[in-house]
Design a protein around this ligand. Structure first.
Ligand SMILES: [Fe+2]
Ligand SMILES: [Fe+2]
Length: 219
């Protein structure tokens, strides 16, 4: 099991991510392609607000005073806001799939390795994150073969890669981050394969730990 302060460090990242996630989702209905999508976004936003409240409720268990957002997530949300500003549904669903994949894998990791308070709330949160990820997957399936959408998806993933490379060189990540990033990469690459988009899976080469979500220099 993880130590209290290690659980707290991950809980803090969720704490920041959930409230920002709700704000992002709130911006989506303005350019969602149909009624079904608009409706889903309403529940999606409510789910993220619920997650925010649940994480808020256990902060005291870990003596946490939230001090800052995880730099990777901060960067990913920055990319997400760019996609929202472009009012581009396919780009938004791509970055949503990235963020929800990492959130889900981090949730599973924390559920397996955390203590009772965090496990209890994750049992409510994980099914929601699975639902959100399934929605963005389905939306990408729907649009992947239309006009230049394949290029849009690749461009968003490329931005994520450039971000992870930059942050990795600043040595911002720990072993838990690496573990979650590897689980998330496996899941994400398999989803991309299903869309017919292929990325090479490169690891441990030339002194770098290469991953879509993290790129770290190994000393
Ligand atoms: Fe969430
Ligand atoms: Fe979510």
């Amino acid at each position: 099991m993880l130590k209290k302060h290690e659980i707290g460090a991950i809980v803090q990242q969720f704490y920041f991510g959930e409230s920002d996630g709700a704000k992002l989702v709130q911006a989506l209905p303005a350019f969602a392609p149909g009624q079904h999508e608009k409706e889903f976004c309403k529940y999606w936003k409510q789910d993220e607000e619920k997650h925010d409240r649940l994480f808020h409720g256990i902060l005291h268990e870990y003596a946490l005073v939230p001090s800052g957002f995880n730099v990777l997530f901060e960067g990913l949300f920055g990319i997400a806001w760019q996609c929202v500003a472009e009012k581009d549904w396919v780009k938004c669903m791509t970055i949503a799939a990235v963020i929800e994949t990492i959130a889900l894998e981090a949730g599973i990791y924390l559920h397996e390795n955390g203590d009772e308070p965090v496990q209890k709330i994750l049992e409510e949160i994980i099914p929601d994150e699975k639902k959100h990820l399934a929605f963005s997957r389905t939306e990408l399936q729907k649009y992947v073969n239309l006009s230049d959408n394949r290029i849009k998806i690749k461009n968003v993933v490329k931005k994520v890669k450039i971000l992870s490379c930059k942050l990795g060189k600043e040595k911002k990540f720990n072993n838990h981050d690496i573990h979650v990033a590897n689980m998330a990469q496996t899941a994400f690459l398999s989803d991309m394969e299903k869309l017919g988009i292929h990325y090479p899976n490169i690891k441990n080469k030339n002194g770098y730990w290469r991953n879509i979500f993290l790129e770290i220099i190994i000393n």
